[in-house]
Design a protein around this ligand. Structure first.
Ligand code: FES
Length: 120
C-alpha cells in the first residue's frame, strides 16, 4: 500500500542541504510495520517529491543511493529500464511506462526542512 500523506503530515523528510550533491534524496519512511521510499528532487530551484515506484512495474527508480537524474540532469531515470520522467510533474516521456506518471507526494519547504503536508 502506498503512503498516505495525511497520516504523515508534519514529518520532516530531509533537509534542503541533503539535495546539494545529486539534486535528489531517497528518503525511507517507516510507518508502523510498513516502509516506503520517497524521492525528493530539486530541479531548477523547485523541490518536489514522488513515491519512488515506477507506474508500470512498481519497482524503485534508483538502483542505489540518491542518484535519480540521468546524465543530462534533466530527467529522472529508471535505472532498470531506462525510462525517463520529467522532474516537474513525474510524467514519463520515454520507456515502458510512457504516458504514465509518478505519484506526487505533497511536501513544502519550511526553513531548511522538507516537510510532508496533507493532500490538497
Ligand atoms: S520499472 Fe518502469 S521503467 Fe523501470
Amino acid at each position: 500500500m502506498l503512503p498516505d500523506p495525511d497520516e504523515l503530515a508534519g514529518r520532516v523528510l530531509c533537509q534542503v542541504k541533503d539535495l546539494a550533491t545529486t539534486k535528489a534524496k531517497d528518503v525511507i519512511i517507516k510507518n508502523g510495520d510498513e516502509q516506503y521510499s520517497i524521492m525528493v528532487v530539486q530541479w531548477k530551484g523547485d523541490i518536489r517529491a514522488f513515491v519512488n515506484s515506477c507506474p508500470h512495474a512498481r519497482v524503485p527508480l534508483n538502483m542505489l543511493g540518491d542518484t535519480f537524474f540521468d546524465l543530462t540532469g534533466s530527467y529522472l531515470l529508471c535505472t532498470t529500464h531506462g525510462a525517463h520522467f520529467r522532474p516537474t510533474d513525474g510524467y514519463c516521456t520515454r520507456g515502458p511506462c510512457r504516458g504514465k506518471s509518478l505519484r506526487p507526494f505533497p511536501i513544502e519547504v519550511v526553513g531548511t526542512d522538507i516537510v510532508v503536508v496533507p493532500k490538497a
